[in-house]
Design a protein around this ligand. Structure first.
Ligand SMILES: [Zn+2]
Ligand SMILES: [Zn+2]
Length: 283
């Protein structure tokens, strides 16, 4: 099964995104450098190595690979892993994993289920945090931000030599300061209300946003099921102050080639950054 691979230039470095997405079928997004999956929507051999999985919501197109991930990690004696889920579905997910483990006749999987709500944070690694926000979908859904904390020399000390900086440090002066960068925002399944209520989300360096529907006749359907329509994206294109805009979750009403042609003619000319997508034709 072919996943799309993107290499995106960010202030952190070249961020690799691997994934595939189609509304109602599967959405699977992997950041292998961070051992992180944002939605385990499909069984794929690239999924089990991910140490942290964030499940945005309980729709099957976003959790189809969850049992496989937990099971493969257990069978291959991989270290314990974290699974972050929206708090309202925590119990269902715990019982789902317990059922899978029982069906397999083994011990409970080595997975820590961590409930999250709007505003919660999770330390992904020493210098990176995940922050969660509620999206505009019709079941409880969490989007994810990746925030990078780095230390840099305080700008007012930039004129000093290394020896002088070392002297300052020895004298007890704090020579560095923390800088925070919003590396990525993943909006999961969401209608367009976020574009107005949370515009700061779309200023991250990389923004992954769904665009499920394209035909004018599908506008009502998008509204009813909490999804984004091409017309919503076009109406809010100024909100996207990101360097990389990654679209996903296209409905199966269009072949992949049609989706690409629509994005090329209807979005690309109006967006000043780099436009990408993770839509695939699943076999
Ligand atoms: Zn979906
Ligand atoms: Zn959904």
């Amino acid at each position: 099964m072919i996943l799309r691979r993107l290499q995106l230039q960010t202030s952190w470095g070249n961020l690799r995104l691997v994934g595939g997405s189609r509304a109602g079928e599967s959405t699977l997004i992997l950041l292998p450098q961070l051992h992180l999956a944002l939605d385990p929507g499909r069984i794929h051999r690239a999924l089990p190595p991910m140490r942290t999985v964030v499940l945005s919501h309980g729709h099957l197109d976003h959790l189809g690979g969850l049992g496989h991930w937990a099971s493969q990690r257990y069978l291959n004696s991989m270290p314990p892993a974290d699974l972050i889920v929206p708090e309202p579905i925590e119990m269902e997910i715990r019982s789902l994993l317990a059922t899978f483990a029982r069906l397999e006749g083994g011990q409970p999987y080595q997975v820590t289920v961590i409930p999250a709500t709007d505003g919660a944070r999770h330390q992904l690694r020493r210098d990176m945090e995940l922050a969660f926000f509620a999206t505009d979908h019709w079941v409880p859904t969490l989007g994810t931000r990746i925030i990078w904390h780095k230390r840099r020399l305080r700008p007012e000390l930039g004129h000093l030599t290394e020896a002088e900086i070392a002297d300052q440090r020895r004298a007890g002066v704090e020579v560095t300061e923390e800088v925070t960068s919003e590396i990525l925002t993943y909006c999961a399944d969401s209608g367009p209300r976020l574009f107005e209520t949370r515009p700061e989300l779309f200023a991250a360096e990389v923004v992954l946003v769904e665009c499920s529907f394209f035909k004018p006749a599908d506008r009502d359907r998008a509204v009813r099921y909490g999804h984004t329509h091409l017309a919503d994206l076009q109406a809010h294109i100024e909100t996207f102050r990101c360097r990389h805009l990654v679209l996903l979750h296209a409905s199966r009403r269009h072949r992949l080639r049609e989706v690409e042609a629509i994005l090329d003619s209807e979005v690309r000319p109006f967006f000043s950054g780099e436009l990408h997508h993770l839509n695939v034709d699943w076999e």
